[in-house]
Design a protein around this ligand. Structure first.
Ligand SMILES: C[S@@+](CC[C@H](N)C(=O)[O-])C[C@H]1O[C@@H](n2cnc3c(N)ncnc32)[C@H](O)[C@@H]1O
Length: 201
């Protein structure tokens, strides 16, 4: 597998040194981050008063702010995990009512269950490949009681930026249906080439 945790950490640690704090730290525009988070907040399928959420690759925990705004009156038990210590430290200071852990989900034991897992922006960088994406998505689905949502950049694009990773939405949807669940929703090009898949039990 191409995924190399040290390479990912080095990329974001440099970005932290150059841009901290703010969306540019996680190599995103403010608008792109906001629209992706708004889209993935649509994952909710229940009206329970309390909901638990895992944010895999949480960066600075910005998704938590969107969920609080989009799910008013809900007690959200949010847990963000990331491999970059600087992100986890900062996110914890900014969100005292949430939980954050420095975890590379593939290296360490992490035996918690959540209602939902959201993965946003994690598969966009060119150092990420399809094998990593499938592993992260499967790992998340195993730990989610209701469902998961993730975004990626569609290969149906008019130009290619070599710094980004592109995935075929048709291939991914087929893989999800055949290996995880038939209860799926694909939202293609919800913001430029950004695409989301929701998978439910
Ligand atoms: C582009 S940022 C997105 C951050 C955040 N989800 C957002 O939307 O603002 C991708 C994040 O995924 C994290 N990441 C990449 N691989 C990871 C892994 N194996 N385990 C945990 N976090 C990972 C990176 O450190 C980085 O913070």
């Amino acid at each position: 597998m191409k995924f190399d945790a040290d390479e990912v950490k080095a990329l974001y640690k440099k970005s932290w040194a150059d841009h901290a704090p703010g969306p540019a730290v996680v190599l995103e525009s403010e608008e792109g981050q906001r629209v992706r988070h708004e889209k993935l907040a649509e994952i909710r399928r229940d009206d329970a008063p309390s909901v638990s959420v895992l944010d895999l690759g949480c960066g600075l925990g910005a998704l938590y702010d969107t969920l609080k705004r989009r799910w008013p009156g809900t007690m959200i038990r949010y847990h963000g995990v990331d491999i970059v210590e600087e992100f986890i430290d900062y996110a914890g200071k900014m969100h005292k009512d949430a939980q954050f852990s420095c975890v590379n989900v593939f290296d360490q034991e992490f035996n918690h269950e959540f209602d939902y897992t959201i993965i946003s922006g994690v598969f966009n960088n060119s150092i990420i490949d399809g094998e990593f994406l499938r592993k992260a998505v499967s790992w998340s689905f195993e730990r989610s009681r209701i469902g998961i949502g993730f975004d990626f950049i569609s290969s149906y694009a008019n130009f290619v930026d070599e710094r980004m990773s592109y995935f075929d939405p048709v291939d991914l949807l087929r893989w999800v249906i055949e290996s995880l669940s038939r209860k799926v929703r694909l939202e293609h090009h919800f913001f430029r080439v950004n695409t989301a898949i929701f998978v439910y039990r």
